[in-house]
Design a protein around this ligand. Structure first.
Ligand code: GLY
Length: 327
């Protein structure tokens, strides 16, 4: 970003904060104010509309954002028709469904699971990691053993439809390596702010369809697939996890907001960083979502077609984001 433009944005941001103590319903917290009665939830892609309904049940009753985001994304994890999250997710190259998820609250508490098999709700296991262990991340068999110990039941995640798709894919492969295409990265990421102005986020996926066995994407990595800083805002990512990890995408978006950028500007800049750090942009879809302390939100993607669901007391709708390129 142009340095002069950045300094200007920062200066405008600071001035707005300094000049804005007037309204009684604004609460000042570490220089970043929030407005009471401003509960909002946003989540990636069209299935987010359904997920938001469940999150809103909690937010609208003065519930906590951490409970809202967990409840919201669980709906999609249970949807067998969704081929990129939880049950029904497309498997890896070997025909095995492996799940990644993470969750983060307003106190920098976070939990994550990666390469988890046979469990319907990785997001809830991630929350248990956050709340019941001194760790942030568990993976593979360790995560599964932990989930069983915590009372989660084993479930077959591979639906007949997903298995059929995998068999068809296998027949078409000459090298048996995963293909990149824009349809197989639609993680659900959800960000929410509650009545107390506290932010939380959740992110869950079955990852890149037909990936190499053992591959982990951005979604369980705090700072890549999700980041929450309650002083500033929250961000999540969807799309090609490898590209998102390389730039710590969600953390970058939050840090850009800390420097004074609006959510749309921060998401735009993160996509520019992806452009700068990847030579081959063909089919490299990524999308970022951001929600700041004031409840302002936006997204931006590399390719056309990314959208996000928004719900608050005034509205319930799907918003198409701005993008860099047509397919
Ligand atoms: N963004 C999801 C993944 O790459 O696994």
């Amino acid at each position: 970003m142009d340095r002069r433009k950045f300094v200007k944005i920062s200066a405008i941001g600071s001035a707005a904060i300094v000049l804005d103590p007037s309204k009684e319903d604004k609460v000042k917290l570490n220089n970043h104010s929030f407005t009471k009665g401003n509960s909002t939830v946003i989540s990636t892609w069209k299935p987010g509309l359904e997920a938001n309904k469940f999150a809103w049940k909690i937010l609208s009753k003065n519930g906590k954002s951490i409970d809202a985001v967990e409840a919201g994304v669980r709906v999609i994890e249970s949807d067998a028709n969704n081929k990129s999250v939880g049950i029904g997710g497309l498997p890896d190259k070997n025909g095995i469904v492996t799940l990644d998820a993470c969750i983060m609250d307003h106190n920098y508490n976070c939990g994550s699971v990666a390469f988890l098999q046979d469990i319907e709700h990785p997001i809830s296991v991630a929350r248990k990691v956050m709340e019941d262990t001194p760790h942030v991340m568990l993976c593979g068999k360790g995560a599964l053993d932990f989930a069983i110990e915590k009372g989660f039941s084993k479930t077959n995640l591979l639906t007949p439809e997903a298995e059929n798709d995998w068999k068809k894919w296998k027949e078409l492969q000459t090298e048996k390596l995963p293909e990149i295409n824009h349809e197989n990265h639609d993680t659900i990421g959800m960000l929410a702010i509650d009545e107390d102005g506290d932010l939380s986020g959740a992110c869950t996926t079955s990852g890149w369809a037909y990936k190499l066995h053992g591959r982990v994407g951005d979604s369980p990595i705090i700072g890549a697939g999700l980041y929450v800083d309650n002083e500033i805002g929250a961000a999540c990512a969807t799309g090609l996890g490898e590209a998102i990890i390389k730039i710590s995408g969600s953390h970058l978006v939050v840090e850009l907001m800390r420097q004074g950028l609006k959510p749309n500007e921060a998401c735009y800049e993160a996509v520019q960083r992806i452009k700068k750090t990847n030579k081959n942009l063909k089919d490299l879809q990524v999308g970022f979502l951001a929600l700041n302390k004031k409840g302002e939100h936006a997204g931006h993607s590399m390719y056309a077609g990314f959208n996000y669901a928004l719900k608050n007391s005034k509205t319930d709708k799907l918003i198409d984001t701005k993008y860099e390129m047509e397919w």
